[in-house]
Design a protein around this ligand. Structure first.
Ligand code: PRP
Length: 212
């Protein structure tokens, strides 16, 4: 049996839809259930539903053979996992945003950056030699500049609606983020046949989705 860790939340529906196209499906009863570990219809796969940041942890430790997680989460994680496939789902951007589009050039001294992405933000500003104070938050980050907690934020943008409704604009795009398939290193060796079958099926499902 292959265990697949799925990020709960924004990525979940797209991940399940793509897996379904690849022939790996939950029954309607399982889809309606609140259980967090469920077998697929064939019994060959097991799904576990975990917080996005925990997907790389379960995969690195081999509890899950593979997982579906956003690049944003993986960049923030220190997990040692293989990354065989970009699934192209849940496409969004990791950006610097602020009330003032020129916040970076107008700032003197330390720029205060509120974010869930401490590592991505530190590396981004570090590489550009811009001194920043990172203020770690765990959500609703768009509030921080409006309430004076920070000068800017580093966060995900999908539709741009949350930024817009909170009076913020994109200052710069750090990079694109999409859903990725990540693999446990040992599973890649020990379950090579099953893992290859799954990645091939996902590849076909992605190509089908692109062609449609
Ligand atoms: C993400 C992100 C933004 C929002 C962007 O938050 O942090 O707040 O989605 O989406 P939009 O561009 O389509 O408006 P999420 O829903 O993951 O919740 P969070 O507040 O816990 O980060």
């Amino acid at each position: 049996m292959i265990t697949i860790a799925i990020s709960k939340g924004r990525m979940q529906d797209d991940a399940l839809a793509l897996l379904s196209k690849a022939g790996v499906r939950l029954s309607p009863a399982s889809l309606a259930s609140r259980r967090l570990a469920l077998p697929d219809e064939t019994g060959e796969y097991r799904f576990i539903f975990v917080k996005p940041a925990d997907v790389p942890v379960y995969v690195e430790h081999g509890i899950a053979d593979c997982g579906i997680v956003g690049r944003d989460v993986l960049l923030e994680s220190e997990a040692d996992v293989l990354l065989p496939l970009d699934l192209g789902i849940a496409r969004c951007r990791i950006v610097v945003a602020a009330l003032d589009p020129k916040v970076i050039t107008r700032s003197f001294g330390m720029l205060r950056i509120a974010t869930k992405y401490v590592r991505i933000a530190s590396e981004h500003f570090g590489a550009r030699g811009i001194p920043v104070e990172i203020i770690p938050l765990s959500g609703s980050v768009e509030l921080a500049p409006t309430l004076g907690l920070s000068d800017a934020i580093v966060d995900l943008v999908e539709t741009g609606q949350t930024l817009k409704e909170n009076g913020l604009c994109v200052v710069e795009v750090i990079r694109e983020s999409t859903g990725l398939l990540v693999l446990n290193r040992a599973s890649y060796q020990l379950k090579a046949g099953d893992v290859t079958r799954l990645t091939n099926a996902l590849n076909c499902a992605i190509e089908g989705a692109t062609a449609a």
